[in-house]
Design a protein around this ligand. Sequence first.
Ligand code: PSU
Ligand code: MN
Length: 303
Amino acid sequence: MATIRVKTDVADALHAGSPVVALESTIISHGLPHPDNYEAAKRFEALVRGYGATPATIAVIDGVARIGLEDKELELIASSEDVEKLSVRDLPIVMARSGHGATTVAATAFLAAKAGISVFATGGLGGVHQGASTSFDESADLGTLAHTPVAVVSAGVKSVLDIQATLERLETLSVPVLGYGTDVFPRFWLPRSDFPVDHRVDSAEEVAAVLASLRELGLDSGVLVANPIPEDKAWSVDDHDRLVDLAFAAANQEGIRGKDVTPFLLDYIQRESGGDSLRVNLDVVAHNIQVAAGIARAVSERA
Ligand code: PSU
Ligand code: MN
């Protein structure tokens, strides 16, 4: 049995050299609340199509890595209580057990690259957690990007992470970071963090050129395209800061650890913000999809 199955429309697009954008599934299963998550997943795919590319939402179903999901599979990822969150190290285990699972940025990027997809849109990349100097909690998203040749379009990383340490780790791992229309690294719900990005690009063609140079050099790292949410769609800084503090306090009190940390914090913030953070979260992904589709078109035009 195949371990990776590419949906027909995605395979056709790849074969023709047409633009394809990979989408992750953990954001559906663990990042967004049920039942809005299914509608959101469908909308993300429709947006990719609207911008002239073929969407490939990635997940593991019945032990097979699917590059592009049928509606029923998307529904399963969005609704099932026991869909696991899969990072790269979990893939061989859930496949061996013929199980289902939703892929994180790391696992999605890994499978996308294997299928020949070079552009991936998400909300926020995982990173170094606060207190990582003692907990060692750093997302596998970073280490995977160091050797996975995919451009990940993300609104920086969530402000629940240690942004400075995350940027340092990306430097150590030799992952290029490009500010898309910005000189400042964004922090997901908000367009700006306190940290600059060294390299700014202002067009999809510039990103495609960087990807081409990366290939020519024989480097196999990914590229992080840090794309800030437009100012008029951002969350209020005060509400943001207040709820992030409360989410941390709750996580500490409940002793949340390991892979549960990110979903717990996101869920807490979503519930307590009365829908504000969710609205911004959806706008963040939609905006990243727009930029990713542009990059995918530019990549396919160069080829
Ligand atoms: N950022 C979001 N929503 C999410 C995640 C990140 O805006 O749901 C998910 C992504 O799938 C990311 C994962 O890869 O959280 C990182 O989890 P961890 O910190 O456990 O590596
Ligand atoms: Mn972690």
